[in-house]
Design a protein around this ligand. Sequence first.
Ligand code: G6P
Length: 370
Amino acid sequence: DAMQRGRYRHFMQKEIFEQPAAVAETLEGRIGADHVLPNIFGVGSDEVLRRVRQVHIVACGTSYHAGLVARYQLEQLAGIPCLAEVASEYRYRDPVVPEDALFVVVSQSGETADTLAALRHARESGYLATLAICNVPESSIVREADLVLMTRAGPEIGVASTKAFTTQLVALQLLVLELAQLGGRIEPDQLREWVADLNRLPDVMRQALTLDEAIERLAGHFVEKHHALFLGRGSHYPIAMEGALKLKEISYIHAEAYPAGELKHGPLALVDHDMPVVAVAPNNSLLQKLISNIEEVRARGGEMFVIADARAGASLNERHGEIVELETGGALLAPVVLTVPLQLLAYHVAVLRGTDVDQPRNLAKSVTVE
Ligand code: G6P
């Protein structure tokens, strides 16, 4: 155990720091300088994917959050309608399957009972094809899907998923770009730019990890708290959900994510000095809206922590709370990069609270029974 952990105190910490390498590994041999390489989803996959006009993504837990990010990016960057849903819901309803729809399951283990059942259900439901994004090569989900893209995160030991999540985001981004490219839905210049962004991702993540000590200092503000609220908009709302999930899983602090625009429809009533609020602030067209939400929290005496893109940071000051700034690498990469400080925050809060970081109570790494 100690030998495998090396210089790290916990597997989760080690896995957080392995992310630049895991992401580089997941991209290896899959993109060139300006396009996605042929048939990376399996032999003959380009021919199938060229026909896709709709996507349904199904998963559980953290993998579901990856699917939600992909949903925003598929619609926004590739113009393809997409639905993302938790497997335990999907498997028991009667989804209407549109023509030329691709069914995607996302799973670290490839053995999650609900996700596997959803895949089996989908195979009987008239989809164009099924595609698995998975981290374990010999798993049931990989064996049963038509098309496969492996995340190459390596073994993940910590129950709270970290490097599996960011490599899933990257694998799904490859799918977004692939569908955009095959369907002629994207200008070659734009495609070249996004592929170049992906090639830079391991470096941008490495920089994000240098925030470790700054985040460790913030963690002190959360130790005595019982609740925390995470806010985000657009593709960063699921990143806020993931930040909240990480915190609750390993520190046992009740944490909840809200789309920032919904603040005044409920959670604002809870805001006081005892409930820290974390906002995820990329530099995009929704920034000013998010800043208004941050100001609403501040006006009610709430303690704010803003994880912000370096350029977005220019519109923020101490009036808005504690600001942590980082380079996020633009629209495609930002959700992946902004995940890193949230993982570090959950990790340090849990360490300070003295919980069992790698094996949180009542949770399992792979949920193979319903
Ligand atoms: C469990 C794990 C989570 C994981 C989820 C889905 O709840 O603790 O970390 O996200 O299962 O697992 P999968 O292997 O399908 O991604």
